[in-house]
Design a protein around this ligand. Structure first.
Ligand SMILES: Cc1ncc(COP(=O)(O)O)c(C=O)c1O
Length: 446
C-alpha cells in the first residue's frame, strides 16, 4: 500500500485549509488522512488506488453504501436536470415531509434545514421560545453539532465552553449530566426544573463510542420533562432511519419526544437537517409563528429527492433487515474475538451501528452477557464495568485505538471510523464477505 498521493494532497491541503480538512475529525488519523477517490458499493478506493472495506460510510448518511439504487439515482438526476434550486417551494419537499410524518411516531410537521447542527440550533431556539425558559440540559459526551449551546464541558451547572470563541455567558444556560445517571438528572431537575426549556439527548450516544441507554433511562427523562413542563428533544441525527429502521430510535424504544432533530440519512447522502414535531410546537417557526428560522438552501430539491427516494426504497425492500443482520453478525463475531483475545474490551452498537470499545476493566468471563452488543442489561455479568457514560468511554485506551489499532486495520484493507468515538455504519451494499474479511482483520489486529 502506497500513501504517496494522499501525503501529497494533504501537504497541499495544509496550505489552503486549516489542518488540511473541512471537518476536524477527518484529520484524526495520523500522520495524515487518506484521501478518497471514489466509492464502490461497500468499498472505497483511496487516492493511491488502494481498496478498502468501508465502515465509515460518510459518518452516517449512506444507507446504500456508495452506489445509489437505480430509482434514487434517477430521481436525483432528473431533479438536477430540472434546475438545481429555486428559492421557491417544490412538490418534493411536501412529499418528503409527508413520508417522514407517516413513519416517525412523534412527527406531524417538519422544517428541513441543511445540517444536523442547523437542526439542533433551531430546535433549541424553538424550545426556548415555546417554554419561555433559557436552560437546555445535555448529556456529557453527547454531540449536537458545532453550536454554541452544546459545545460545553463540565457537570451540572458548573459548565464552561469547550471551545474558544464561545462566551461564558452563553453556556450559563446549559446544564450537563452524565448519560444513564438517573440520580444526576433528578438532582438537576430538582435544582433547576422550573428553568429548563428542554432536555436534548441522543437516544443512543453515538459520538462517544456507542452507549446504549440503561433500562428506563428515557422514560425517566420523559417523566421529568412532563412533570416540570420541559420539552424532550431527541437528537436522531445519527439514529434517525437507522436504529429502529423507518420509525427511528423513538419507535424502537417506545418514547415520544416533543421535538426530533434529523440529519444524515434523511437527505440520502446530500447536506441536510430537519426538525420535526407536532403542529402546536412546529408552528412556532416563522412564518406561521415568530421563532425566526430560514435558509437559502433549506429543502433543496436535489437533497429532498435523494432523501425521499432512499427512504421509499427502504420501505419497499429488505434494506433494514439486511443491515441489521450484518450488524448482528459483526457484533457477534467481535464478541467471539474479544472473548479469546481481549476480555476487557466491550462490543457496542445496535442495528446498523457497531464499535469495539477499548475499555480497560471488565470481568474475564462473559457468562450471561448481552448478546450482539452491550445493551446495559442489569443482569449482565459485565453490567458494573461496561461504559455507561461518555467519560467511561473516554477513560478507555483511546490512544491505542487511534494510533495503533486503526492503522493495523487499514493495513488489512479495512477502514474504520477515525477514532474510538465515531460510530461505524453498516449499509445495504455490505456483504457477508465484507463482514468475514473485517472480522479476520480484527482477529489479527486486536
Ligand atoms: C447526534 C448528532 N447531532 C448533530 C450532529 C451535527 O450534524 P452536522 O454534522 O450535519 O451538522 C451530528 C453530527 O455528527 C450528530 O451526530
Amino acid at each position: 500500500m502506497s500513501n504517496e498521493r494522499s501525503r501529497e494532497l494533504y501537504d497541499r491541503a495544509l496550505s489552503v485549509m486549516p489542518g488540511g480538512v473541512n471537518s476536524a475529525v477527518r484529520a484524526a488519523t495520523e500522520p495524515y488522512p487518506p484521501f478518497i477517490e471514489r466509492g464502490d458499493g461497500g468499498h472505497v478506493v483511496d487516492a493511491d488506488g488502494d481498496r478498502y472495506v468501508d465502515w465509515v460510510m460518510g459518518l452516517g448518511p449512506l444507507l446504500y453504501g456508495h452506489d445509489l439504487p437505480q430509482p434514487v439515482e434517477s430521481a436525483v438526476q432528473s431533479r438536477v436536470s430540472e434546475g438545481p434550486m429555486f428559492g421557491m417551494p417544490t412538490e418534493i419537499e411536501v412529499e418528503h415531509a409527508e413520508f417522514v410524518a407517516r413513519h416517525v411516531p412523534s412527527v406531524e410537521m417538519l422544517r428541513f434545514v441543511n445540517s444536523g447542527t442547523e437542526a439542533t440550533v433551531s430546535a433549541c431556539r424553538l424550545a426556548r421560545a415555546a417554554t419561555g425558559r433559557d436552560k437546555i440540559l445535555v448529556m456529557q459526551g453527547g454531540y449536537h453539532g458545532a453550536q454554541e449551546t452544546t459545545l460545553v464541558a463540565g457537570e451540572f451547572d458548573h459548565v464552561e465552553p469547550s471551545s474558544p470563541g464561545i462566551p461564558d455567558s452563553f453556556v450559563e444556560h446549559t446544564l450537563v449530566v452524565p448519560f444513564n445517571d438517573r440520580e444526576a438528572v433528578h438532582a438537576v431537575f430538582e435544582a433547576h426544573g422550573a428553568d429548563i426549556a428542554a432536555v436534548l439527548v441522543e437516544p443512543v450516544l453515538a459520538n462517544v463510542g456507542i452507549v446504549h441507554p440503561v433500562d428506563g433511562y428515557h422514560e425517566t427523562l420523559r417523566d421529568l420533562c412532563d412533570d416540570h413542563g420541559s420539552l424532550l428533544i431527541f437528537d436522531e441525527v445519527i439514529t434517525g432511519f437507522r436504529v429502529g429502521g423507518l420509525q427511528c430510535a423513538q419507535g424502537k424504544f417506545g418514547i415520544e419526544p416533543d421535538l426530533t432533530t434529523f440529519g444524515k440519512l434523511i437527505g440520502g447522502g446530500f447536506p441536510v437537517g430537519a426538525i420535526g414535531g407536532p403542529p402546536e410546537l412546529m408552528e412556532g417557526f416563522t412564518p406561521s409563528g415568530e421563532v425566526f428560522q430560514a435558509g437559502t438552501f433549506s429543502g433543496h430539491p436535489v437533497t429532498m429527492a435523494a432523501g425521499l427516494e432512499s427512504l421509499r426504497y427502504a420501505a419497499e425492500h429488505d434494506v433494514h433487515d439486511h443491515i441489521h443482520d450484518l450488524g448482528d453478525q459483526l457484533r457477534t463475531g467481535l464478541q467471539e474475538i474479544v472473548t479469546d483475545q481481549a476480555p476487557e474490551y466491550t462490543v457496542a452498537g445496535l442495528d446498523g451501528t457497531f464499535k469495539l470499545l477499548f475499555s480497560r476493566d471488565a470481568p474475564e468471563t462473559f457468562d450471561d452477557h448481552c448478546e450482539g452488543g452491550c445493551r446495559q442489561r442489569q443482569s449482565c455479568s459485565r453490567y458494573d464495568t461496561c461504559p455507561k457514560t461518555g467519560a467511561d468511554v473516554k477513560a478507555g485506551q483511546t490512544d491505542r485505538w487511534r494510533r495503533v489499532f486503526w492503522g493495523g486495520m487499514r493495513d488489512r484493507g479495512v477502514f474504520l471510523s477515525q477514532n474510538q468515538f465515531e460510530a461505524q455504519f453498516v449499509t445495504y451494499a455490505h456483504t457477508e464477505d465484507d463482514v468475514e474479511e473485517t472480522l479476520e482483520a480484527y482477529k489479527d489486529t486486536v
